[in-house]
Write a protein that binds this ligand. Sequence first.
Ligand code: GDP
Ligand code: MG
Length: 424
Amino acid sequence: MATCAVVGINWGDEGKGRMVDLLAADCGAVVRYQGGSNAGHTVINQYGKFALNLLPSGIFTEGVINVLGNGTVIDLEHLCGEIQKLRAAGVKITGENLKISDRAILVFPFHKAQDALEEARLKDAKYGSTKRGIGPVYGDKYLKKGIMAGELLLPEYLKAHLQGVLEWKNLTIQNVYGEKPYELNDMLAWAETFGAPLKEHICDTGKVLHEAHRAGKKILFEAQLGALRDIDFGIYPYTSSSSPLAAYAPIGSGAPDMKVDSVVGVVKAYSSCVGEGPFVAEWFGEDADALREAGGEYGAATGRPRRVGPFDLVATRYGVRVQGATELALTKLDVLSYMEKIPVCVAYELNSKRTDEFPITPMLSAAKPIVEYMEGWNCDISSVREFKDLPKAAREYVLFLEKELCCPIPYVSVGASRNDIILR
Ligand code: GDP
Ligand code: MG
């Protein structure tokens, strides 16, 4: 049966969560395959409004197995809190519908501390980290100093392993940052307190996915963050520390032999970017304030005001390419309804030359946007459910993007709730 990845094409916060919540209905499993609790996937449905940090956005749909894959990094305390919040809202979460890979790497309090200490050390040159320990824990993973979720089921092994890791980590905490060392007993107690309620969820999730796949169920891979934050192809070093690309989904999910049949790239009708790094089409001042307010552009995980600007064809074409998107979901079209004219960044100017290439970060920082304008529609479109019922200018905007991006746009969303969407 089919597999599908729902991925971000831009800088993140495109509306992946709302698309996964919608598309989960005909899936057997939804898998988060990378990232940690730094995600903020907003879902609005019959249970209320949620900003999911770690839990896959299929968690609301009955019959769906939700998986945190081996490519994710898990803060046990954060996950316990998130599960509690959802249960309080009436969402059913059991050992059956939530599975945690025994190979996922755990985020400890010392990772979060190190993240904040390094941002503080960098001062103005900071990366704009969410300070949830994600960079340090992925660093440790590749230095082979990570602790796997499955070790929670092996207390003696965990104790010895954590002791060795702590000895090493404390060298950095004490000697680089001049802070107090972390104690083994405190970390073991923390792991027991927040690990115990999660033990029933920990298993070989690759096996779970294979069984679902063999039984003819559709597997949906849910990316965290957008293509331009990818560790390899994003605006390095202002990236995340893992790969939110569709090509990584089978690996980070635990099914490296599965291929991704369709890739739904989620694209916002304008640009937004949270955190640091070059953002060529960025607006400032009143124009930016108006768009930020219209779109409610404040981080779902952190509340940080997002940087905003017009749709960026150069960055988006690049995002479509590196994601291998087979179709697109255009979100937040309704937000542009207040504009008389719709701005689009159609190319960059770099070294006095026009280009539509998306270069590496130092060159990107020197690029200037070339902006053209399309007709606005200037009326409320949030209750439209058929493409033909959109005002002509809104239809033309969608068709223009489809043509320029060389990718079909079967989904156009005009509101934040599950069914506020036009299916073409
Ligand atoms: P994600 O991280 O990609 O899942 O996206 P976020 O949840 O961080 O940000 C998307 C924001 O836009 C959330 O506040 C959503 O509720 C909201 N949203 C999603 N689609 C639409 C839409 O079509 N219209 C409007 N107005 N808001 C939307
Ligand atoms: Mg988000």
